[in-house]
Design a protein. Structure first.
Ligand code: GLU
Length: 425
């Protein structure tokens, strides 16, 4: 039960920037694809945004009221899908941008979903198990009318894990008076979770990272990799890369970073990390997250939070490949700088789509009541990620656009088409 983990904090202003830059890329993608302005008007905002207040009786006997959100971007293709994050810095604009990104991911890996995202402003690192359970159940009660296995299917995200999904599924099943495993994905295996879901984001990142390395004539076995973030994606990714013979020279958590050009002892670090992905506190010789990004390496994987590679540090990145395992780690200006410098950028909406892909497998298995083997999941995930990478890589080449715009063009098309067929625009 590993929770995803953020690195540095992000402000409201940054979240507004994240939303407005996402809109700018969507607008350009739709223009390139020849869609009229009205399609952009529909897709620039989530169709639905719910704000809820969740009272929880805390361990000290007092009631604390938490704020939560659920954004549903577009359900023309099918029910909406996306994780729920628990984080003190969650804002409405961040959740909106994240919901739009989920739509793009679903489009890229061709799932029958639109995008959604949820969030609760809280710090789970400072809450007890009992308080977290109360908050998780309270959130489900608050949003229960707009979610459901055929409406909107939540999943884990930053600082949420399979235990939280289990409580949420149980609460929804009570409200629904029916066992509803397909209400939420990322559940423990015994409650209808899927093999391979826990490691899916990292596996997806590993697959596209290998494809990107091939294109650059780089052998992953000889590559030096820096992974920023040691949460669900970052920790498993470090392990997979280490096991494939790559040299993981840098890792980080929310409190600091470790860098060693000779390669880090990943198994030791994995063993010592806590469930929030914290490990650097055990060391004295740490550097900052900011410093880590500028260290020598061949491949850089930001696997933490938004706005890490900006116009301030993009020129100092040493890697020849940047694979975005986190959502929104690179700003628009930085995307241009990296692209102009010939760095191959594998954008978030492609690189991190492995999680939602296996969530889709989980939901299909729940609907069928028939469960697949881990090999079957791996093989299907592999096919989908390789195909999606190549579609986006080739579109970037043929349409002469950067990898992010290419990913948006591929990701937005199905949703735009479906909205038109439904007669919405
Ligand atoms: N939170 C993950 C993401 O950002 C997974 C979402 C899902 O599985 O629905 O892609």
């Amino acid at each position: 039960m590993v929770a995803e983990q953020p690195a540095d904090s992000n402000s409201n202003q940054e979240n507004m920037d994240v939303l407005s830059s996402t809109r700018t890329v969507i607008k350009t993608a739709l223009e390139k694809l020849g869609y009229p302005e009205e399609v952009y008007s529909l897709l620039k905002e989530p169709l639905r945004m719910m704000t809820v207040r969740i009272p929880v009786r805390m361990d000290d006997g007092n009631v604390k009221v938490f704020t939560g959100y659920r954004a549903q971007h577009n359900d023309a293709v099918g029910p909406t899908k996306g994780g729920i994050r628990f984080h003190p810095k969650v804002t409405e604009n961040e959740i909106k941008a994240l919901a739009i990104w989920m739509s793009l991911k679903a489009g890229i890996v061709d799932l029958p979903y639109g995008g959604a995202k949820g969030g609760i402003v809280c710090d789970p690192r400072e809450m007890s198990f009992r308080e977290l359970e109360g908050l998780s159940r309270g959130y489900v009660r608050a949003v229960s009318q707009i979610v459901g296995p055929t409406k909107d299917i939540p999943a884990p995200d930053v600082f949420t894990n399979s235990q939280i999904m289990a409580w949420m599924m149980d609460e929804y099943s009570r409200i629904d008076e029916f066992n509803s495993p397909g209400f939420i994905t990322g559940k423990p295996i015994v409650l209808g979770g899927s093999h391979g879901r826990e490691t899916a984001t990292a596996k997806g990142v590993t697959i596209v990272l290998k494809e990107a390395a091939n294109k650059k004539g780089l052998n992953v076995k000889d590559a030096r990799v820096i992974v920023q973030g040691f949460g669900n994606a970052g920790s498993y990714l470090s392990k997979f890369l280490h096991d494939s013979g790559a040299k993981v020279v840098g890792i980080s958590d929310a409190y600091g970073a470790l860098y060693d050009p000779k390669g880090l002892d990943i198994d030791y670090l994995l063993d010592r990390r806590d469930s929030f992905g914290t490990v650097t506190k055990l060391f004295n010789n740490t550097i900052t997250n900011k410093e880590l990004l500028e260290q020598e390496c061949d491949i850089l994987v930001p696997a933490a939070v938004e706005n890490q590679i900006t116009k301030e540090n993009a020129n100092n990145i040493k890697a020849s490949i940047v694979v975005e395992a986190a959502n929104g780690p690179t700003t628009m200006e930085a995307t241009k700088i990296l692209t102009d410098r010939g760095i191959l950028l594998v954008p978030d909406v492609l690189a991190s789509a492995g999680g939602v892909t296996v969530s889709y497998f989980e939901w299909v298995q729940n609907n069928q009541g028939y469960y697949w083997s881990e090999q079957e999941i791996d093989q299907k995930l592999n096919e989908i990620m390789i195909k999606s990478f190549n579609t986006i890589y080739n579109t970037a080449k043929t349409r002469r656009v950067d990898m992010r715009l290419s990913a948006y063009m591929v990701g937005v098309r199905k949703m735009a088409e479906a909205s038109r067929f439904r007669g919405w625009v």
